[in-house]
Design a protein around this ligand. Sequence first.
Ligand SMILES: CC(=O)N[C@H]1[C@@H](OP(=O)(O)OP(=O)(O)OC[C@H]2O[C@@H](n3ccc(=O)[nH]c3=O)[C@H](O)[C@@H]2O)O[C@H](CO)[C@@H](O)[C@@H]1O
Length: 371
Amino acid sequence: MRLLIAGGGTGGHLFPGIAVAEEFLSRDPANEVLFVGTERGIEARAVPAAGYRLELISAAGIRGKGGLSQIRGAAMMLYGYAQSRKILKEWRPDMVMGVGGYASLPMVLAARGMRLPCFIHEQNAIPGLTNRLLAKFVDRVFITLDESAHFFPKGKTLLTGNPLRRQILEMVAGQTPPSIAEIHQQQYGNGGGGPFRLFIFGGSQGAHAINMAMLAALPHLERYAARLEITHQTGEKDAAEVTEAYRNHGFNASVMPFIQDMAAVYQRADLVICRAGATTIAEVTACGKACLFIPFPFAVDDHQRRNAEAFLKKGAGFMLLERELSGERLAGIIHELAESPETVQRTGALAFGLARLDAARIIVGEMMKKL
Ligand SMILES: CC(=O)N[C@H]1[C@@H](OP(=O)(O)OP(=O)(O)OC[C@H]2O[C@@H](n3ccc(=O)[nH]c3=O)[C@H](O)[C@@H]2O)O[C@H](CO)[C@@H](O)[C@@H]1O
């Protein structure tokens, strides 16, 4: 059977698609997957790197743009629709799934026009415009959070969680959470102050504001430099500056613009400091990690904050809003949590309790039923 997965743009849309592809391929060695995205999206690099075939189409945003760019966006979408029809006629998929992002709009509409079974997955608490439009045309809408259910037609919407890639699921399956006694020993054994491992990252593109806040926090954390083991994903632009700052302040830090093996880094972390993208949240909860969310304040409809709030209500994480973010404040929170291993452990355990590990399996199962 053939599954076409359309969309992307950012990792938060694409990686759930890759998780669904992995599950679909695992069901039958004869199954095939084709991804369709745009050349500007993360899929242009990440899909071939993951070993999948990718076709590129033309697509662009229209929402909130003025005159000329809106016309240009609409023209690109029309062209993308024609390209989608051509791909569908040539590759002949059995079903099509949209994972959000511009490319999913023309492709899912074209597939619907050709009467193929169509599905979408929404990652966020507040859906993007593409999925709101597509919901009317598809057979089923899969959602990550209950909060987004009222945006979609009731009869076809199913709460599944956010599909997780194999690298995360395998890591989760293989890990045994440490006991409180072990955590105590680690933190306070040998005369006190075992390593405290921080993982800082800013979603698939890195977060400049988090990078700068962490640099501003370093002078306040210098007394702790020997205890902190830091892994910091910066995105492309800030990598050199952040590396140098850690070195100048005497910190043991591994700085990378982008991380391929996220599972390995999550596994080692005691505390994760990150944005509140939906896929990030699904992963840190699955890994049972305590997390300080700093939502991206300009995300459409402030959806990152809403994503995080769903977890905070249950004590399964911490949040710091960007308008309250300063080096001193960030250092204060890191310091406090490094001194409270029980709080860190309890928060991670609560997060794990909210994780949905079977989203990809449920989604593929539901898609097969429509064939
Ligand atoms: C600015 C913006 O609007 N961002 C949106 C985007 O975020 P973004 O693309 O940042 O997505 P998420 O934070 O949800 O997920 C990031 C994904 O990238 C992966 N990763 C990240 C860094 C790295 O070095 N390596 C790596 O593989 C993570 O493991 C994760 O799978 O899509 C999300 C899902 O629709 C939304 O919730 C976010 O609001």
